[in-house]
Design a protein around this ligand. Structure first.
Ligand code: ADP
Ligand code: TRP
Length: 323
């Protein structure tokens, strides 16, 4: 049996890029027989950047609701908020004391962020150690992550190997899974869709707001009659990632033959999102307005995760002479 573990920070409501690039592929892996998945909302990591309590609470609920709405099976697997299994903070401290300072100082993500952000706090610096604790606490075998997280997985492996060599076999040394097939979803301006670029499509927004965002997708200014190149158009690029073959061919032909404007394409993209994700949007809305139903699902996972975490920690404490 393989244990799959991954986390998504609660730093915003998951957008179409997060859904197609991270949530759906992870759910697909979780459905493979023999896999057991631990998926969590990295709400402790989000404190490195988000300081407002109400914002974090909302985002944490939104990430959890998105996992559930997209069909993550919370009976077979474990869904939890990172902060609700506080054992991770204790393990993180032990791992901090085994992590060489230069390894963190040289991490790309830290160097990149510390050059850009006004708030360069120590949490940002030790972020990869908390991430290592997330993974090692549950002895995960595989960790699906985006390319930007590969170095954090290498740090996790180094820390696990160091612990194992000092204190005897304790932790599973995990492997990253980065699906090179996974699409990079473009944003409304054609760059990679990202919270930080404000170019994202939030499919959970109310119909009129969603339509407004889709209308903001940047296109060239060819007139309606002109034949257009579908592959060069941001609307078509997004449509292609969610439509079926027949829908894609129809839109492609419409672009090529002309007499079809970007307004038409945007309306079709909007209608496709609304129909394709109707159930998920409904479920998300329900969970976001019924916090107790959402927390009921999360607490089920948190109780199981905590039990697992306590077992790991009792082994670790013994090895370190704390019990
Ligand atoms: P953001 O860039 O919006 O801050 P995150 O870095 O929080 O997104 O990413 C969370 C997950 O979603 C990661 O696994 C990341 O690889 C994936 N992801 C983010 N943006 C995209 C995108 N545009 N296309 C595909 N996957 C994405
Ligand atoms: N750092 C990851 C990201 O920003 C989120 C994360 C935190 C994570 N802990 C993790 C991912 C453990 C995988 C495993 O995308």
């Amino acid at each position: 049996m393989a244990r799959i573990l991954t986390g998504i920070q609660s730093s915003g409501v998951p957008h179409l890029g997060n859904i197609l690039g991270a949530i759906l592929p992870a759910i697909k892996i979780s459905k493979e027989s023999g896999n057991e998945s631990f998926f969590f909302i990295a709400d402790l990591h989000s404190f490195t950047s988000i300081k407002e309590a109400s914002v974090r609470r909302y985002n944490t609920n939104a990430v959890a609701a998105a996992w559930v709405a997209f069909g993550f099976d919370t009976d077979k697997n474990i869904l939890y908020r990172q902060s609700k299994v506080a054992e991770v903070c204790e393990l993180s401290w032990y791992l901090n004391c085994l992590t060489p300072y230069p390894m963190l100082a040289n991490a790309h993500s830290f160097k990149d962020k510390s050059g850009k952000l006004a708030d360069v706090n120590a949490g940002l610096f030790t972020y990869p150690v908390l991430m290592a604790a997330d993974i090692l606490l549950y002895n995960a075998n595989y960790v699906p992550v985006g390319k930007d997280q590969i170095q954090h997985l290498e740090i996790t492996r180094d820390i696990a190997l160091k612990f194992n060599s000092l204190y005897g076999e304790t932790f599973v040394v995990p492997e990253a899974i980065t699906d090179t097939q996974v699409m990079i979803v473009p944003g409304t301006d054609g760059q990679k869709m990202s919270k930080s670029y404000h170019n994202f499509i939030d499919i959970f927004k109310a119909d009129n707001e969603l339509l407004k965002d889709i209308k903001s997708i940047v296109t060239d200014s060819l007139p309606l009659e002109a034949p257009k190149d579908p592959e060069a158009c941001n609307v078509f690029k997004i449509y292609k990632l969610i439509a079926n073959d027949e829908q894609i061919n129809t839109m492609r032909n419409n672009y090529i033959k002309g007499g079809y404007g970007y307004g038409h394409a945007k309306k079709e993209l909007y209608e496709l999102i609304v129909s394709k994700f109707a159930t998920q949007r409904e479920e998300f809305k329900f969970l976001m307005s019924n916090e107790s139903a959402l927390y009921h699902i999360l607490e089920k996972g948190e109780n199981k995760a905590r039990e697992y975490a306590q077992d790991t920690l009792s082994v670790v404490r013994k090895k370190l002479g704390y019990s």
